[in-house]
Design a protein around this ligand. Structure first.
Ligand SMILES: Cc1cc2nc3c(=O)[nH]c(=O)nc-3n(C[C@H](O)[C@H](O)[C@H](O)COP(=O)(O)OP(=O)(O)OC[C@H]3O[C@@H](n4cnc5c(N)ncnc54)[C@H](O)[C@@H]3O)c2cc1C
Length: 438
């Protein structure tokens, strides 16, 4: 996805591109063909609603920028309500034809296993980056900066947490500043609530690992349901331990267990549930997590998961132009940068392709406006996200800066107007940014 889009964008700006692809000689466990743009699982690019949905807005922005992936997706659209689902094989063949017949693109079927010192490179090798290249990246960045599995805890919109039940406090009030002492949101449970929660966790539908993925979990990122299977008290002595916390709504009663949420972005609009990586199915997750007091009306920016997924700690490694800080002739794009999904990956390819071509042409691009869907994502992965707990991210409105003086109601009641205002603001900024490059 990202490599195809990057090559297309750069080639259309007049730059000569060599597109390297290791398939079909070197295979991955998920791809079936040697085509570009192969969708490895679902055939959906998700919502196409560009007024009320952040991924739909990303579609819109990509279309304005002449995206190969998005234009081809619309050509091979299948009926799917508001979603952009496609006929996957004709879609991938069309993407492949467009790239192979482009005058400025040369294709080279080979595995790249080093980070070259010379030339302008974009590495868009995805969640299944080859092992040899993974080693070369680790040698450059440090082993702890490239992960091979994600361990995603659910992320909740801060505004949907009931602060009449939950409260702000770090364990033992640790921290120098008030902000640090109140860095976590805490949700208390009594014994009956905890027992019901454990029962629900144990009974919930779980997903299996895909063929070729190993089900070996790393220490420190066990799914919560696996922890619960090891003993009903395990969670209460692990991520849900109630120590060092006092509930200001009910100071006399000691909570039996506490679920903690930690800030996930510098804007403070998103919080992740600490230690709650999970393989529960999405429907089950929503039902189970809404049992947590304070999260009964929670809206989730993303649900949890654990997958085979190679990704960089981009906030520490990449600059705002998606270049590797230690080797600026190299850019990364796509899922390997810590975005998640076909659309987000292709969008990051679109940016990287344009940025690389503009640099080669001696006209470096202006910073991508932060209030666009592309800008919100690239800002998140290259600096806005918490580096220590960085995990892959979908595009969502929680990544967008709040509107200034809009007069729009907060919470659920103002949601429709707020999303429309976000998408209007994004469209104006994206259009101006593209016009600046014309
Ligand atoms: C099993 C699985 C299921 C998924 N299901 C979905 C889903 O349903 N919906 C969704 O939105 N996302 C899904 N994803 C995530 C999905 O992979 C990404 O959304 C998307 O494909 C990422 O795009 P990308 O361009 O970053 O990587 P890819 O599309 O994977 O492209 C990377 C390319 O780089 C090539 N490559 C890797 N290493 C090298 C090398 N060293 N030299 C040369 N070429 C190399 C690969 O062969 C591949 O063609 C899934 C991922 C996996 C692993």
């Amino acid at each position: 996805m990202a490599g195809s889009e990057a090559a297309w964008q750069a080639a259309n700006m007049g730059v000569q591109v060599v597109l390297h692809e290791m398939r079909p000689q070197v295979k991955t466990f998920a791809h079936r063909t040697g085509n570009f743009g192969e969708m490895v699982c679902s055939n959906s690019f998700r919502s196409d609603d560009h007024e009320q949905n952040a991924v739909g807005l990303l579609h819109w922005e990509m279309m304005q920028a002449g995206s190969l992936i998005m234009t081809t997706a619309h050509q091979h659209r299948l009926p799917a309500g508001g979603a952009l689902a496609v006929d996957r094989d004709p879609f991938a063949r069309s993407v492949t034809d467009a790239l192979t017949s482009h005058d400025n693109i040369q294709i080279s079927f080979e595995e790249i296993d080093t980070l070259p010192d010379e030339g302008n490179w974009i590495f868009a090798t995805g969640p299944l980056t080859s092992e040899n290249l993974g080693k070369a990246i680790q040698a450059e960045t440090g082993a702890d900066r490239l992960a091979f599995f994600d361990a995603i805890a659910p992320i909740v919109y801060a505004e949907s947490i009931d602060m009449n039940v939950a409260w702000l406090q770090s364990r033992y009030d640790k921290g120098e500043t008030e902000e640090e002492q109140k860095a976590y949101i805490n949700c208390p449970m009594n014994k009956a609530q905890y027992e019901a929660f454990i029962d629900a966790l144990l009974a919930a539908d779980k997903t299996e690992f895909h063929e070729g993925e190993t089900a070996t979990y790393f220490d420190g990122c066990l799914p919560i349901e696996v922890m619960a299977e090891r003993g009903r008290e395990t969670l209460r002595h692990g991520p849900m331990k109630p120590v060092g916390l006092t509930n200001p709504h009910n100071p006399e009663e000691k909570a039996y267990a506490v679920v903690q949420l930690r800030r996930d972005n510098s804007l403070g609009t998103l919080y992740n549930i600490v230690g709650f990586q999970t393989k529960m199915k999405y429907g089950a997750q929503t039902a189970v997590f809404k049992m947590i007091p304070g999260l009964q009306d929670a809206s989730f920016a993303r649900l949890g998961g654990i997958h085979r997924n190679t990704f960089l700690n981009s906030p520490t490694l990449l600059d705002a132009q998606m270049r590797l800080r230690s080797k600026p002739n190299i850019r990364f794009a796509g899922q390997v940068t810590g975005v998640e999904g076909y659309v987000e990956s292709a969008a990051m390819g679109l940016l990287a392709g344009r940025m690389a071509a503009a640099e080669i042409l001696g006209k470096p691009l202006e910073t991508v406006p932060q209030d666009t869907a592309h800008g919100a994502l690239v800002h998140h992965i290259t600096g806005g996200a918490e580096a220590k707990t960085f995990q892959p991210m979908n595009v969502n409105f929680g990544l967008f800066r709040p509107l200034e003086n809009s007069g729009i109601k907060g919470g659920r009641r103002g949601r429709k107007d707020r999303y429309k205002a976000y998408t209007d603001r994004a469209k104006a900024d994206w259009t101006a940014w593209l016009e600046g490059q014309a």
